[in-house]
Design a protein around this ligand. Structure first.
Ligand code: NOJ
Length: 539
């Protein structure tokens, strides 16, 4: 198939690089752009169409770079702007597109705007760019309202002169005031800055949170009021209409990709109208139980939601915010929601791997684009035994460890060798990887898996190559095969229905439809498909 050059985002396989943990070029134990540049060959061999880089900007790293101090500079820990430009060129030369992550809801407390706001004092115009308010209580000692930070604790922090500022995430991430024209102008300029440097797409962080109800009243309810005081407010759509106009002004197609955690499908689809975002992450699919009925329902709901706005669906199983899916699928309860992170429960790794292999064939066969998170091609599991003292996620710190947070899916990748740092850092590096790698990862390195036909890595390579070669895969028609067992997902792709994907979610082998098997996620049992196994067939 290859990527459709005019609307590449409709079919692309996009690989997420979390720069801290991908590859360390300079030996300081933290991944960087030099490391990525040296390892681009891995991504070309894997066969991905694009890379999405989690934030690489200048940042105090209070939330691993999602706290941006300068949207136009690369953090020295990762490299320089010149290296980023070179990396974009190098990726393009390999036929790989580049998506950058823009974080508009908040900046860093070390952003010059915020420093100026803190120093300028109450009532200053510098404070108008944020949400500064007096506190409640006799001496203003209580936060202005009862909002809670998504990372735990109050969403307000007090500055020395007594005022409070709003931060829906960490205190190091003050929320910007999107009613202010200067904020809008600044981000429109930031978009152009990266588009001018060759970015093919923009991933928009916390895309539904930008606008706030200026009343800043208490929730005061068991359920948040409607409209929600800061989530998915109607006014946010104006922002994305303006962004779409900017993106559409470029001759080569560029895509806007929203990070939207929204339960209401129609509200979600509103962001994908033709004059707004091109695509958004499908978190309903990510969190879905490994059950045929639930998966069928989520696929149907996804396609139904996207059809009226003619936007392509996306399929994603893992990212830097959620427990790795090999681990989730090895559990009794395979669901995930932001409130239900489920760490530290018994896990059957073999089962998780088998299901993850089948899930790969499922996602790559569904219509639309697919996101892969670095390390899933190696079958990496969530690392749960990180010592508390080494954990860095503010979610862990702000909940006093009640929430283990996201460090477990952010452990540096194993590339080669038999002991940490497994080639993540160069030989003789002065520092250990920023999070410890499990000893068992000696069997999960790129080196160990390359050439082993049964490895996860070789399955990913075969599956991506096969997806490219089959014109029906990616964007395009989809239909369930009639008459399948209720515990089996079976569908065809393409108008003539010549390509089928069958996934057995029952506990017994099932008969396969007639046809030639192009690819299987695991060994077949003659003409039968074993449980937790998927195939692609030409019928
Ligand atoms: C979503 C990002 O994916 C997450 O990692 C981050 O902590 C929050 N947005 C805040 O920027």
């Amino acid at each position: 198939m290859g990527v459709n050059a005019t609307a590449w985002w409709r079919s692309a396989v996009i690989y997420q690089i979390y720069p801290r943990s991908f590859a360390d070029g300079n030996g300081d134990g933290i991944g960087d752009l030099a490391g990525v540049r040296a390892r681009l060959g891995h991504l070309a061999a894997l066969g991905v169409d694009a890379i999405w880089f989690s934030p690489w900007y200048a940042s105090p790293q209070a939330d691993a770079g999602y706290d941006v101090a300068d949207y136009r500079a690369i953090d020295p820990v990762f490299g320089t702007l010149v290296e980023a430009e070179e990396l974009i060129r190098q990726a393009h030369a390999l036929g790989i597109r580049v998506v950058v992550d823009v974080v508009p809801n908040h900046c860093s407390s070390e952003h010059p705007w915020f420093s100026e706001a803190v120093h300028s004092g109450p009532g200053s115009t510098a404070r108008d760019l944020f949400w500064f308010r007096d506190g409640r209580g006799e001496a203003g000692e209580l936060p202005p309202n009862d909002w809670q930070s998504i990372f735990g604790g109050p969403a307000w922090t007090r500055v020395r002169d007594g005022q409070w500022y709003l931060h829906l995430f960490d205190p190091g991430q003050p929320d910007l005031n999107w009613e202010h024209p200067k904020v809008r102008e600044e981000f429109e300029d930031v978009l152009r800055f990266w588009l001018d440097r060759g970015a093919d797409g923009i991933r928009i962080d916390s895309a539904a949170l930008l606008m706030k109800d200026g009343e800043l009243g208490d929730f005061d309810h068991a359920e948040p009021p409607v409209p929600h005081p800061y989530m998915d407010r109607d006014e946010v759509h104006d922002v994305y209409r303006a962004w779409r106009a900017i993106v559409d002004g470029y001759p080569e197609p560029r895509a806007l990709i929203g990070e939207l955690w929204l339960p209401d499908p129609e509200r979600f689809a509103a962001y994908l109208r033709p004059d707004e975002l091109h695509t958004a992450f499908n978190f309903g699919f990510l969190g879905c139980a490994w059950r045929a009925k639930a998966l069928r329902a989520v696929v149907d709901a996804t396609l139904a939601v996207h059809a009226p706005v003619d936007a392509p669906a996306t399929w994603v199983l893992s990212n830097h915010d959620v427990p790795r899916h090999v681990t989730r699928y090895g559990r009794e309860d395979t669901t995930f929601t932001l409130e239900h992170r489920q760490l530290g429960v018994p896990t059957d790794r073999a089962l998780g791997l088998r299901r993850a292999r089948a899930a790969l064939l499922l996602t790559l066969a569904l219509p639309g684009s697919v996101y892969l998170y670095q390390g899933e091609e190696l079958g990496l599991e969530e690392v749960e035994d990180i010592p508390d003292a080494l954990r860095q996620d503010p979610m862990f710190v702000r909940t006093n460890g009640a929430n283990l947070g996201r460090d477990g899916c952010r452990v540096p990748l194993p590339w080669s060798g038999g002991a940490p740092p497994f080639g993540f850092s160069p030989p003789g590096a002065g520092r250990d990887p920023w999070l410890p790698q499990p000893a068992a990862w000696r069997d999960r390195t790129v080196e160990a898996q390359t050439g082993d036909p049964d490895s996860m890595l070789e399955l990913y390579r075969r599956a991506l190559a096969c997806r490219r070669s089959q014109p029906e895969l990616g964007d395009g028609p989809f239909a369930w095969l009639p008459g399948a067992d209720p515990d089996v997902l079976a569908f065809t792709r393409g108008g003539r229905g010549a390509l089928a994907c069958v996934l057995n979610l029952s506990t017994a082998p099932v008969g396969l439809p007639a046809g030639t098997v192009l690819l299987a996620s695991g060994p077949l049992d003659g003409a039968h498909l074993p449980p937790d196994t998927a195939v692609w067939l030409r019928t």
